[in-house]
Write a protein that binds this ligand. Structure first.
Ligand code: HEM
Length: 392
């Protein structure tokens, strides 16, 4: 039993467009409740509590009971709890460190320019399909050394798992399992090829990587690659879509970035805070634990609601105002604690370069008259973002 309050008329499925366009309006009510009981899970909503929970992986496990995304083994490192978790992060962190990401900048920029030049003269584009989707997927394929011809295959893989088109949750899970099997088979084949003929790419690098004196197994490498595919594509697509949709609706903020590109990194952090494209991360309580006066029972599925934490006035001054000059911005868009995002520097690089080149190449843009951007729930993205601008 808990003393958490129930959410009135608020579900996470079949939500209306108004709610998915502006979920921020519901968070004050949820923070007032502290811990909220909703559809088979409990939501931790305040910044302080979310940080506390994520820093206590002994109380809130991220093991494979927390989420099922078509995988048959724990995803590495997301579904590995301490103490083993750190061994994988020690191996992976240097590969995604800022210094390594800097080396990708020229390539990422060339790709962004190529994508934008396709439509800059046309005076219109559907931004999601034109940039936000292909950019992270192409960067991912290059990083792992996979053929660019597999772009559509990878997009299908991640879409079928993240947003399966299914009549029931059970059907959705079955579909994810089927697609998951395809992902394992794909990577198993590629890893076998790399064992025969190593190349200068991340997958080949994993073949000789050691943890505690033991090399990674094929399963380990598949479990890492599977997670990268699901963690690194949709999140960047969603974050970039949300950022550009916001800027399209706020011409003066857009112009400020065009006039002064050095504002872009801080603007990205503030838009990540405001939009929080990964709204929540899931854990399982390992024992009875009290949070914000509510008892969360052992075994309960818990969502740490990053999006609500990110608009908590106890942490952020004037939290409803999107302030590109916000002084301290301890946002949780990349999570917190041991599982904090491995790819945050890559994500920031992709977003920064995309916003720099977009604003250098495209004049004042706005959403096409009569059209409305369509926001998604789950991962908060903009699946339809028709933009127009004047061409001379
Ligand atoms: C703006 C884009 C991104 C956002 C908003 C984002 C958000 C997050 C969040 C909230 C978590 C924490 C999950 C949890 O605690 O359960 C996470 C973890 C993770 N992210 Fe990202 N992510 C982004 C981009 C990327 C990219 C580009 C990669 C590329 C590899 C990536 C790889 C990962 C991995 C591997 C983890 C698991 C880390 C661990 O368990 O130790 N992410 N991300």
């Amino acid at each position: 039993m808990t003393n958490a309050e129930s959410v009135p008329e608020l579900g996470w499925t079949n939500v209306d467009p108004e709610m998915s366009a502006r979920p921020q309006q519901f968070y004050p009510m949820m923070r007032d409740m502290g811990v909220v009981e909703a559809e088979e899970m409990m939501l931790i909503t305040r910044h302080e509590d979310v940080v506390w929970a994520l820093r206590h992986p002994d109380l809130f496990s991220s093991g494979s009971d927390a989420i099922d995304i078509g995988n048959i083994r724990p995803l590495i490192p997301l579904q590995i709890d301490p103490p083993d978790h750190v061994k994988f992060r020690r191996l992976l962190d240097p590969l995604f460190a800022p210094r390594e990401m800097e080396k990708l900048e020229a390539d990422v920029r060339a790709l962004v320019v190529e994508l934008i030049d396709e439509f800059a003269e046309a005076g219109e584009c559907e931004f999601n399909g034109a940039v936000a989707i292909p950019l992270p997927c192409t960067v991912f394929l290059r990083l792992l050394g996979l053929p660019l011809a597999d772009l559509d295959l990878f997009l299908r893989f991640k879409d079928e798992i993240i947003r399966p088109v299914a009549a029931t949750p059970a059907e959705g899970r079955a579909m994810a399992r089927k697609t998951g099997a395809e992902i394992y088979a794909y990577f198993e084949t590629v890893i076998a090829e790399r064992r025969r003929k190593p190349q200068d790419d991340m997958l080949s690098g994993f073949l000789s990587a050691e943890i505690d004196g033991e090399v990674l197994t094929t399963e380990d490498i598949m479990d890492i690659a599977y997670l990268f595919l699901l963690a690194g594509l949709d999140t960047v697509t969603a974050s970039l879509g949300c950022a550009v949709a916001y800027l399209a609706a706020h011409p003066e903020r857009q112009q400020a970035l065009r006039d002064e590109p050095s504002l872009i990194p801080a603007a990205i952090e503030e838009l990540l805070r405001w939009e929080t494209p990964v709204p929540g991360v899931v854990r399982v309580a390992t024992q009875d634990v009290e949070v914000a006066g509510s008892m969360i029972p052992a075994g309960a599925t818990v969502t740490c609601l990053l999006a609500s934490a990110n608009t908590d006035g106890a942490e952020f001054a004037d939290p409803e105002s999107v302030d590109f000059a916000r002084a301290a911005n301890r946002h949780l868009a990349f999570g917190a604690g041991v599982h904090r995002c491995l790819g945050s520097h890559l994500a920031r690089l992709e977003m920064r370069v995309a916003l720099e080149e977009l604003h250098a190449r495209v004049p004042q843009y706005e959403v096409e008259a009569g059209k409305t951007p369509i926001y998604t729930m789950g991962i908060r993205g903009v699946e339809y973002l028709p933009l127009v601008w004047s061409v001379s």
